[in-house]
Design a protein. Structure first.
Length: 643
């Protein structure tokens, strides 16, 4: 790779103004080189960032975002922005614990206004920023949102378009159209945007007509009106921007988003114009790196680059590691669809993330991709269930939150047999707080009719899905982004609301909900080998309905019961156990809950985050030892007449 010369000089976007056009093009190459360098040490978002380099530079050359407003929708495309806003010296730390976040982060820089990890909110937030600035007397501040074509179909986007146009706000929405989400986009909006790509004739005609219109004298009003009508007729014929024009936006484009001089010119021309404007630009995901441009799906967030060529070309990537829970669930879904033609699976633009490519290929009629429209996906599943189909809604825990109201109204209230498979439940590693799935236990257990469970290990996955498909009501299965592990045991069948007692111990027990059962087994073994303690392990399997018979027996008989969950403590599994103990009139002071405290979990490797929360074997062993020390000290003081 070439030497980095210009990037170290960019301490703020103002430094870009001193660069010549050739230097700016060189800077774009250096930015892409830095993106490659990051991938030689860790996995990161790649192709999406490669595609916005020129767009990012044009924005910062045109506007002063130290006071103007900029929101990047779905902020995994934020890397070039970070590099030109004074964070080059820290860029090597991106997506590591204590380092830069892989998404916008207001704690890092005033140039990051929102921590954006979910798609579709940018137009609403930029509209709100503009309204707030206008209200407080800062009408000179420009407002810009950059949104991708994959995020465009989100219902929230069109709600924002409607409101922004109604307010007549002076704001710019840039549609970054690269024909991709993580996977190729789907749906009617995608087809419409494809039509916009075929408007070369109209674009040429528009320029000719605009030049002619400018030359018409004022006395030629009738001719001017006729020509404008002809122009609008051509626009309608080619359907170029009419969707946005009908919403009340002035549409400009489509333009080449990699043509930096042209981007600077068009943004300068639009900067002073009034009303809501939509600028449509075409970019190529992976632009500048041939391997990524040719395969943007694989290179969206690729494995580490093991070997680079002398020119920075990617020669090899690190091979995939052990199979994870996502692989196991995908395989189980494949099996279900193979055996039941009524079964189907719905994903929200996450076919690759959910490892559903083979399912899509083998069962195209039973596979549905809603796009980034989780609320629609859940209500869509409800409709399918009402018709007699057996839908599986396969969505990340953090994204299913967006369908909360539909889980309530369209699924649980109707008591419909919709199966929810919640991928990435628990910590999602370097993706950080926008992606950690630590809140699904509370939001899935509060509604009547819902059943909520989690596998203790790999052996629980397939039986749980089969159980869920046979259940006549709403049901969810949460599982983590983790490598598969198996507990050495004789697996008991899945029964509604029944826990699995793996080991019983007189000195106490761990009651685990989910994959942390494996860590509990390791901790119990250490306590036995090193401390001579007989500590049991219960694989809870269900948080709703809770196995009160088994778990409350442990609470009633044992000196210490530790509930363990990879989720928030507020309203989580441990809370469910406390509620049950209280309802049964039991003394619950011997219950200790382990999970994530009431704060957002930062980014870092999964093992680091679990260790910080005391949710690994070491942390669980330390907890038991500390508890016994405190109890022993209290007993000693009591015996001495002090307690």
């Amino acid at each position: 790779m070439s030497k980095v010369e210009l990037l170290p000089r960019i301490k703020s976007p103002a430094d870009l103004q001193a660069l010549s056009e050739p230097q700016l093009l060189r800077l774009a190459d250096e930015i892409r080189g830095e993106l490659v360098r990051v991938l030689t040490t860790r996995s990161a978002h790649f192709a999406s960032n490669l595609g916005v380099v020129e767009l990012c530079l044009a924005l910062h050359l045109t506007y002063d975002f130290s006071k103007d407003r900029l929101i990047w929708d779905t902020g995994h495309q934020i890397y070039p922005h970070k590099l030109v806003t004074g964070r080059y010296d820290q860029f090597h730390s991106i997506r590591t614990k204590g380092g830069l976040m892989g998404f916008p982060n207001p704690a890092e820089s005033p140039y990051d206004l929102f921590m954006t990890g979910h798609a579709g909110a940018s137009v609403s937030t930029i509209s709100g920023l503009k309204a707030g600035d206008d209200l407080l007397g800062h009408k000179d501040r420009h407002a810009v949102a950059v949104i991708g074509d994959g995020a465009l179909p989100c219902g929230m986007v069109f709600e924002a378009f409607n409101n922004m146009a109604g307010l007549g706000q002076n704001a710019l929405v840039i549609l970054n159209d690269n024909k991709m989400g993580i996977c190729p986009r789907t749906g009617g909006v995608a087809k419409y945007l494809d039509q916009c790509r075929m408007t070369g004739l109209y674009q040429g005609g528009k320029r000719t007509l605009n030049d002619l219109l400018k030359s018409i004298p004022l006395v030629g009003e009738a001719a001017r009106v006729s020509l404008e009508g002809l122009r609008d007729g051509m626009k309608a014929f080619f359907k170029d921007g009419m969707l946005f024009e009908e919403f009340g936006f002035r549409y400009f484009g489509p333009f080449d988003g990699h043509d930096l001089p042209a981007m600077r010119k068009i943004m300068k021309d639009l900067k002073g114009q009034k009303g809501p404007i939509l600028l449509h630009v075409f970019t190529n995901k992976g632009h500048g790196i041939p391997e990524a441009a040719d395969d943007p799906v694989t290179y969206h967030s690729p494995p580490v680059f093991e070997k680079l060529g002398p020119g920075g070309e990617i020669l090899s990537m690190k091979k995939g590691g052990a199979k994870g829970y996502t692989d196991a669930m995908s395989s189980a879904i494949f099996g279900v669809l193979s055996s039941d033609p009524k079964a189907c699976v719905i994903t929200a633009a996450m076919c690759q993330g959910n490892k559903l490519e083979k399912v899509r290929e083998a069962f195209p009629k039973q596979f549905f991709d809603s796009g980034i429209c989780e609320s629609h996906a859940v209500a869509f599943a409800a409709g399918m269930a009402k018709a007699g189909a057996k839908p599986i809604v396969d969505i990340y825990s953090t994204f299913l939150q967006r369908g909360f109201d539909q889980i309530f109204q369209e699924v649980c209230l109707q008591n419909l047999p919709v199966v929810f498979t919640l991928d990435r439940a628990g910590v999602a590693g370097p993706d950080g707080p926008t992606h950690h799935g630590v809140f699904d236990v509370p939001y899935m257990r509060i509604f009547p009719n819902m059943v909520s469970m989690a596998p203790g290990d790999e052996a629980d996955i397939e039986p749980m899905l089969k159980f869920a498909m046979a259940h006549n009501g709403p049901i969810g299965i949460r599982y983590p982004k983790a490598n598969l592990e198996k507990i050495d045991r004789s697996v008991t069948p899945i029964e509604l609301g029944k826990a699995e007692v793996i080991e019983w111990g007189e000195d106490g027990c761990f009651v685990a909900f989910g994959e942390r059962t494996v860590a509990c087994m390791a901790a119990a073994k250490r306590l036995k080998d090193e401390d001579g303690l007989n500590f049991g392990v219960i694989n809870a399997r269900f948080v709703k309905p809770l196995d009160t018979e088994t778990i409350l027996k442990a609470v009633d008989l044992l000196p210490l019961v530790v509930t363990v969950e990879e989720g928030t403590l507020e309203g989580g599994f441990g809370s469910a156990v406390l509620e049950a103990a209280n309802a049964a009139g039991l003394d619950s002071r011997n219950i200790v809950r382990k999970g994530f405290a009431d704060r957002f979990v930062e980014h870092g490797e999964r093992a680091e985050l679990l260790a910080d929360a005391g949710l690994d074997a070491n942390g669980l062993v330390s907890l038991v030892r500390k508890h016994r020390e405190v109890e022993a000290e209290a007993g000693s003081l009591s015996g001495a007449g002090i307690g």
